[in-house]
Structures are given as C-alpha cells and as structure tokens.
Design a protein around this ligand. Structure first.
Ligand code: NAI
Length: 339
C-alpha cells in the first residue's frame, strides 16, 4: 500500500483559490480548504496536515510558528511572492520550511498600477459616478497627458520593470531607484537611475515596487512627502507598510499629494478580502483616507488575473510536490531563507 497523500490546510481560501488550486492539483494531494485566516486561534483547524498554504494577510509571527510546530506542521507554502508576514527566524528555529511563488505575473500588478494612474489622472472614478446620475458636465475632470511626465519607479525588480515597460509606451520619462541596479534597466537610455531623494523631488508620479522589509517600512514618511513636488501622484501596489498612512493623509490635506492610488494598506489584515458591508468600519485612518475624492483604493487585487491565479496554483502545487518527494531546506526550488 502506498503512502497516504500529503494533507495540506489551505487558509483564507476564496472561490478563485479553490478553483485554480483544484485544477492544478488534479487530485494528487488532499487540500483542506479553510475560510479562516491563520492565527493562534485557528491552528487547531489544521488537524493532521503536515503542510499549510497561506496568503498575504495570514499572520505567521513567532507565536503562530511555534503553535504550527506543536501540531506537526513542517511546511508553509505561501501562495504569493511577498513573505513579510512570516517570521523566518522562528520557522528555522522550529524546523519549518517556507516556500513561496516568487513570480506569477508581474504584468498583472504592473497593469493594475497603470490602471490606478489613469483612473486618478482622468478622474474616471468620479466620471463613472456622475454619469450614472445624469451629471454630464466636465467641470473638475481635467487630466494631464502622460506623455513627457516624469515617473519615479521605486524598485526595479520584476514588477517595477514591467511597469516601466508599459509607461515607456506612453512616452513617460522614467527615474528609477533600487539598491541593486538592474543591468537591463541601467543600459536603457530612456531610464535614469537616481538616488531616492532626487526621485522624490523630481517625479510627477511615484510608484512603489520594493518589498516590505524592516528597512523599507515607512519609506514614504513625512520627510519623504515634504520632498515631493506639489500635486504629485503616489501609487502603492506593493505593501501597505511602505507608507506612513497618517503622513499620507497630512500630505493629501495640504495638497502636497495630489492623488493617491492604493492597492494595499498597512492595516489591511482583517479588512481587505472580507465582506464588511454590514458592519461599521472601525479603522478611522482608512475611513478618513476613503473620504478624499483624489484617492482610489482597491483591496489588494493587483495580482488578480486569470493568468496570475493559474501560475500561482501551478507553482504552489510544484512546491508541494517537492515537499511530498522529501525535498527539504535549500533543495526546495522556491524556499525562503532568513537573511
Ligand atoms: P522583486 O524581488 O523582483 O523586486 C524587488 C526589488 O526591490 C529588487 O530589485 C530589489 O533590489 C529592490 N529592493 C529590495 N529592498 C530594497 C531597498 N531597501 N531599497 C531599494 N530597493 C530595494 O519583487 P517583485 O516581484 O517586483 O515584487 C515587488 C513587491 O510587490 C513584492 O515584494 C510584493 O510586496 C508586491 N506585490 C504586490 C502584489 C499585489 O497584488 N498588490 C502582488 C505581487 C507582489
């Protein structure tokens, strides 16, 4: 008799996750779908599973990691690229491997980034609402040509580069900042690498594509906002913690920031990906942010394309297959190790 199939507890499972993971799994492993997010309270739901599959807002701090180890979990399979929600040192201490999906569709996120820019620039969110109630005047809807505008791209990894490639089609001039300069970008005559201060003070639009690490937390704070051009557009489709939201609100109130497009919010866990439509919103900072007519918020949906979901599912199942074949540690293709 062969070994029992690997059991995997999939947290925060939405219909689109279940559809794509079931298709990629094709019955190989037992995927146990849970609607709950991972926390010390929900660890008990794991049962006999040796592996868990989590998403961006499943908090995996040291306490949760220890609880996972105590119920016999050996693998955390992130079905996303970012891993800021996992305490990697605690995982190593507890003998739990962590794998992720490093790339699934940089285009999905880059295209959403540019969608936010165009929506804000051409006031599409206001035009849509106005026209539905018969208000067909154009006052207040004046936009600007993207051509010739200076766009500052913070982080020139996969998503930053895909964003640059789209923006070049509009004829934007690109300033880029990254602590590891990409040779592909450095050779591009149309893009200029600069220090962060110059990018902040010279850009008409600033878009963030660096991961959330301790050193990038609040990269955009009061000081950074003070350096920006009056009326600048700020786009964040990376991680909420890159921006000090209270400083952003002050910048919007003073007019220093003319537009903000946000797909992520530093306190989004427990809010984004949930139906709270029958509740009072208790987050006063988010509530204030949503009152600005020059702010567009989407709830962490930049990744959400059919192609991205299929790629996420395929890589996640490949990660689980390696684990089921007894690969561990550095021999796992998409392992994340503590720095
Ligand atoms: P990547 O790893 O390809 O690129 C990240 C870039 O940031 C690298 O070039 C790196 O050198 C640079 N970087 C890292 N630390 C830095 C620092 N301290 N200062 C300056 N540059 C620094 O990552 P990728 O695929 O481009 O993704 C970027 C981020 O986008 C992810 O970490 C994730 O947080 C976010 N993301 C958001 C999604 C959404 O649905 N909203 C979906 C997927 C990713």
């Amino acid at each position: 008799m062969g070994a029992a199939p690997l059991k995997v507890a999939v947290f925060d499972a939405k219909k689109y996750d279940i559809d794509s993971l079931d298709r990629a799994n094709a019955g190989r492993f037992t995927l146990d779908y849970l609607t709950a997010s991972l926390s010390t309270r929900t660890v008990a739901a794991i049962g006999q599973a040796k592996a868990i599959c989590i998403f961006v807002n499943d908090q995996c701090d040291a306490q949760v990691v220890e609880a996972l180890a105590s119920v016999g979990v050996e693998l955390i399979a992130l079905r996303c690229a970012g891993f800021n929600n996992v305490d990697l040192a605690a995982c190593r201490r507890c003998g739990i491997d962590v794998v992720r999906v490093p790339e699934y569709s940089p285009y999905a996120v880059a295209e959403h980034t540019v969608a936010l820019m165009l929506m804000l620039n051409r006031h599409l969110h206001l035009a849509y609402q106005r026209n539905r109630v018969g208000y067909f005047l154009l006052d207040g809807l004046i936009g600007f040509d993207m051509k010739g505008k200076q766009v500052g791209v913070v982080g020139t990894g996969r998503i930053g580069r895909a964003t640059i490639s789209i923006l070049r089609g509009f004829g934007c001039r690109i300033l880029a900042y990254d602590k590891n300069r990409s040779p592909e970008i450095a050779e591009d005559a149309e893009v200029r690498y600069v220090e962060l201060d110059e990018l902040l003070s010279s850009s008409d639009i600033i878009t963030l594509h660096v991961p959330l690490f301790p050193e990038t937390r609040y990269l955009i704070d009061e000081r950074a906002i003070e350096q920006m051009k009056p009326g600048v557009m700020l786009i964040n489709t990376s991680r909420g913690g890159l921006v000090d939201t209270k400083a952003l609100i002050a910048g919007l109130k003073s007019g220093r920031i003319g537009f903000a497009g946000l797909d992520v919010y530093e306190e989004e866990a427990g809010i984004f990906f949930h139906d709270l439509s029958d509740q009072v919103l208790s987050d006063d900072v988010l509530a204030r942010l949503m009152t600005f007519n020059n702010v567009v918020i989407t709830s962490h949906q930049a990744f959400l394309t059919r192609e991205a979901l299929d790629n996420i599912a395929d890589t996640t199942l490949a990660n689980l297959a390696e684990f089921a074949a007894d690969k561990r540690g550095a021999s796992l293709s998409n392992v994340v190790l503590p720095s």
